[in-house]
Design a protein around this ligand. Structure first.
Ligand SMILES: NC(=O)C1=CN([C@@H]2O[C@H](COP(=O)(O)OP(=O)(O)OC[C@H]3O[C@@H](n4cnc5c(N)ncnc54)[C@H](O)[C@@H]3O)[C@@H](O)[C@H]2O)C=CC1
Ligand SMILES: C[N+](C)(C)CCCC(=O)O
Length: 467
């Protein structure tokens, strides 16, 4: 089954593919053309081509990415990466499915026990709108690999691409009902969390909703994974490679229009290098091309909706009132293309003169707004970095290897990036400390969150009876 799912995931072409094709994850392997296995190809009348059964995987990748752009507003460049991360995730858990194993435990007198890793049953996935396809893959791939069924509810703001994932699974031969998508908002989510036949809920979203999901799940003693918000620190020491630190700060703040839970939005910069850092980061931020997210040249698309754009702009206004200085951006952006004039675009913003007690530094903005804060010493910055109820991610830029690992150890966060930020290889666990949630996605450990362990105890002799 896992192999069948991979056969229809985007990324690789059908037929024999060239080893030299760096974009092809099946490089060098023979992949059976899908139409040989399925006699009923589905044609797309609008374009005349056959999307799911005949189009090369490479074309599918592009089409799903375009749908994700329309779904979410992020740039096509980022959407393509999201689709790649999704198939990599499915490939990874497809591989792990065959590696699920128990333990054999020898007991006295020839008796022994063994453990079996068993599915939980029906798992519910509830997604946020910022990575719609990727979140659906991050939740469903380990769930299905562990033998569970999943009912997935995307955010009502981004209902489209989770359905495409369901179609891919179906085409691969996943039985009806094993991965279902239900649409809806809070009411639908509530029904799913309260349903007596649901064994587990994996939720990605805000802290307030996460608390509700946990409360509802507690009533049915359901397992929960919570991937919630963040206000992550990025610490830049004066001994860093400044060029890379600036790149890291941009990666930490401006992906998906800044609507990323693990973003490093509190950028602590050691005072000695503050002027150089600000000059470079502002220059680079001003150069970010905002506009039509379907164009290859665009680097930042539109925010998710009008109320959210207004909320983010409101954070910038409040920051100004509280004494922050806007070094660039922070305004509604109207592209010259007439068809985009009503879009929810804003110019990416760098705030200087920030203090730890400002709202922009304390609260999750979930938009393209970087707050820069000066610091003097390592001890001081670690204490300030940890002074938050969140704990999703963190980052440190330094050339001092001892310092890097010492800081990583002392930061209260589920991830610490050293000399990089916001990369997410499927092999490594992702999840929060403190109010950013618990449980993990990605990595081998996620198997633990989608399976349960049965112990089987085997007696080889007589029963030792006390009565
Ligand atoms: N840690 C992580 O991996 C991520 C966390 N987030 C967080 O998500 C937030 C933004 O996403 P939103 O979609 O606005 O969050 P949200 O919490 O409003 O909604 C998330 C999902 O929960 C559903 N929902 C809403 N009320 C519910 C209820 N009472 N019961 C069950 N489900 C319910 C929504 O329909 C949606 O599918 C940000 O705060 C961000 O930090 C976003 C992406 C990733
Ligand atoms: C892919 N990455 C690391 C940029 C973000 C993933 C977490 C999220 O869903 O916001």
């Amino acid at each position: 089954m896992a192999q069948a799912i991979l056969d229809v995931m985007p990324g690789a072409s059908t037929g024999t593919v060239q080893v030299s094709d760096p974009l092809n994850f099946w490089a060098g392997k023979r992949v059976e053309p899908r139409q040989q296995k399925n006699a009923e190809p589905v044609f797309e009348p609008a374009t005349g081509d056959c999307f799911f059964l005949l189009g090369s995987r490479w074309e599918k990748r592009e089409k799903i990415a375009k749908l994700e752009v329309i779904n979410n507003g992020k740039s096509i460049t980022e959407a393509l990466v999201d689709i790649d991360i999704a198939w990599q995730c499915i490939e990874y858990y497809a591989g792990l499915a065959g590696a699920l194993a128990g333990q054999h435990v020898q007991l006295p007198g020839g008796a022994f026990a063994y453990t079996r890793r068993e599915p939980l049953g029906v798992c519910v996935g509830i997604g946020a709108w910022n990575y719609p396809f990727q979140i659906a893959a991050w939740k469903s791939a380990p769930a299905l690999a562990c033998g569970n069924a999943m009912v997935f509810k995307p955010s009502p703001f981004t209902p489209v691409t989770a359905v495409i994932l369901a179609e891919i699974y179906k085409e691969a031969g996943v039985p009806d009902g094993l991965f279902c998508v239900v649409q809806g908002g809070a009411e639908t989510g509530t029904i799913l969390c309260q349903h007596p036949k649901v064994a587990k809920v994996s939720f990605t979203g805000s802290v307030p909703t996460g608390k509700k999901v946990m409360e509802m799940s507690a009533k049915g003693v359901k397992q929960v994974t919570l991937e919630l918000g963040g206000k992550s620190p990025l610490i830049i020491f004066k001994d860093c490679d400044l060029e890379n630190a600036v790149r890291g700060a941009l990666m930490a703040n401006f992906l998906t229009q800044g609507q990323v839970c693990c973003n490093g939005t509190r950028v602590f910069v050691q005072k000695d290098i503050m002027p150089q850092f600000l000059e470079e980061v502002v220059k680079r931020t001003k150069a970010i091309l905002v506009g039509d997210p379907l164009l290859d040249s665009t680097r930042m698309g539109a925010l998710i909706n009008k109320p959210h754009l207004e909320k983010v702009l409101g954070f910038v206004s409040q920051a100004k009132l509280q004494g922050a200085r806007v070094l660039c951006g922070g305004e509604r952006f109207v592209p010259s293309d007439p068809k985009l004039v009503n879009g929810y675009f804003m110019s990416p913003c760098v705030l200087d003169n920030c203090r730890d007690d400002m709202t922009c530094v304390k609260e999750e903005i979930f938009g393209p707004v970087m707050s820069v804060l000066p610091f003097d010493t390592e001890e001081e910055v670690v204490q300030r970095a940890n002074n938050t109820t969140f704990g999703l991610a963190s980052g440190v830029f330094t050339r001092d290897i001892s310092r890097a690992h010492r800081v990583a150890e002392n930061l209260e966060a589920g991830t610490c990036f050293i000399n990089n930020y916001n990369i997410s290889p499927v092999e490594v666990p992702f999840g929060g400390y403190k109010m950013s949630g618990f449980g993990r996605e990605n990595g081998q450990v996620t198997i633990e969150y989608y399976s349960q362990l049965k112990t089987v105890v085997v007696e080889m002799g007589d029963v030792d009876n006390y009565f």
